[in-house]
Write a protein that binds this ligand. Structure first.
Ligand code: KG4
Ligand code: ZN
Length: 357
């Protein structure tokens, strides 16, 4: 079965053709990074206009590169949410029109579930229960996946997403956007033990995460130590040490929590996906933790870690097998959540976030 995947939730216009949910026949990604760079982050209005200009050509390219015709496509899977409303609408409207004109099924995919399915390529089949850390610019959650398609959030960030923290700290350090790749690059030559940034602890004992205090700690450090941020700052030893120490704090928090939850829930597979999963330091730490737990850990390859349409097609394939198709009333949903199992303890998120060294 050939599925055309379409993704436009944030700042990538992407289309892919995927066979039987596991084989990428083509995958085209048009990134808008250069468009948003001067603003230091994604500008929603610019993003949606750019999607509108690009989407037809990107979809056409994915079909041509796949060496197929539109008539051979069996179904279309499109990101329905969460994301930026204007951006999502471009993909959703395009997918609906195309599915209608070709008279083929349409599936609305949750973007976060798409990230979970990004490990469907180039990895052995996931064994359930699985524990999935999805860590990107907009989201940071750990899901317990007892069986394919069932999700329970067992940890979430109380404030910023980890990728957002990378982006904000990079901005403070004058390193530009997006922050993750540049912080990782600088960290290679920095001392990750130079500065001990505080770790968040939630007072209600939940295994949740928090990154806004870490961002504030970096800002305070810059002021207290009169760190001069100027053009070319990326070459200073001091900035490298700050970048490396910050990265270590994020990685420790993510992997420490994943490990703790793995000991509690006994999964058979660990999954680490989303844009921040590009980070080599995070991959190494997760691999080490998985080794200690004697569990396999699956990552998407780097080009499938950030937003792409192949993962959307893979998630869509599973829904199609269950006949979960959408009709033409389907629309973008920015509030879409990935949790179809009740939380273990509803009486939560009353605790305060405290920081300790
Ligand atoms: O999954 P993604 O493309 O978009 C969202 O769904 O949010 O993730 C983008 C995020 C950005 O915050 C970016 O800084 C981060 O992923 N990122 C990284 C790295 N590469 C991208 N963070 C840390 N290290 C990296 N190498
Ligand atoms: Zn994403």
């Amino acid at each position: 079965m050939l599925i055309l995947g379409i993704e436009s939730s944030c700042d990538e216009t992407a289309a892919a053709v995927v066979r039987d949910g596991r084989e990428i026949v083509s995958s085209i990604i048009a990134s808008q990074i250069d468009l948003h760079k001067p603003w230091g982050g994604v500008v929603p209005e610019l993003a949606s206009r750019e999607h509108l200009e690009k989407i037809e050509a990107i979809v056409e390219e994915s079909i041509t590169k796949a060496g197929v015709t539109l008539a051979e496509i069996d179904a279309i899977a499109v990101t329905q949410g969460p994301g930026l409303i204007g951006s999502l609408l471009v993909g959703v409207c395009f997918a609906k029109s195309l599915a209608y004109s070709l008279d083929i099924p349409l599936v609305g995919v949750n973007h976060i579930e798409g990230h979970v399915y990004s490990v469907a390529f180039e990895n052995p089949e996931v064994q359930y229960p699985a524990l999935a850390l999805i860590v990107s610019g907009g989201h940071t959650n750990i899901f317990l996946v007892p069986e394919e398609g069932s999700y329970r959030i067992v940890s979430r960030t109380r404030d910023d997403a980890a990728g957002e923290a990378f982006d904000k700290v990079a901005k403070m350090l004058g390193l530009g956007y997006p922050g993750g790749p540049v912080i990782e690059k600088l960290s290679v030559n920095g001392n990750e033990n130079a500065i001990k940034f505080p770790r968040a602890k939630i007072s209600d004992g939940r295994p949740d995460l928090s990154f806004s205090g870490l961002k504030t700690a970096v800002s305070r450090y810059l002021k207290e130590h009169d760190v001069v941020i100027a053009a070319g700052a990326e070459s200073s030893d001091q900035v490298r040490d700050i970048a490396a120490s910050f990265q270590k704090a994020v990685v420790n928090a993510l992997v420490g929590t994943l490990e703790k939850l793995a000991r509690e829930h006994h999964p058979r597979t660990l999954i680490v996906a989303g844009g921040v999963a590009c980070n080599g330091s995070l991959r190494r730490a997760a691999e080490q933790a998985a080794g200690e737990l004697s569990l396999p850990v699956y990552f998407p390859s780097k080009h499938l870690s950030t937003d792409n349409a192949a993962m959307i097609a893979a998630a869509g394939y599973f829904q199609l097998k269950q006949d979960k198709t959408a009709d033409l009333r389907m629309t973008a949903d920015i509030t879409m959540r990935l949790q179809n199992m009740p939380e273990e303890n509803k009486n939560i998120r009353e605790g305060k976030v405290k920081y300790r060294l």
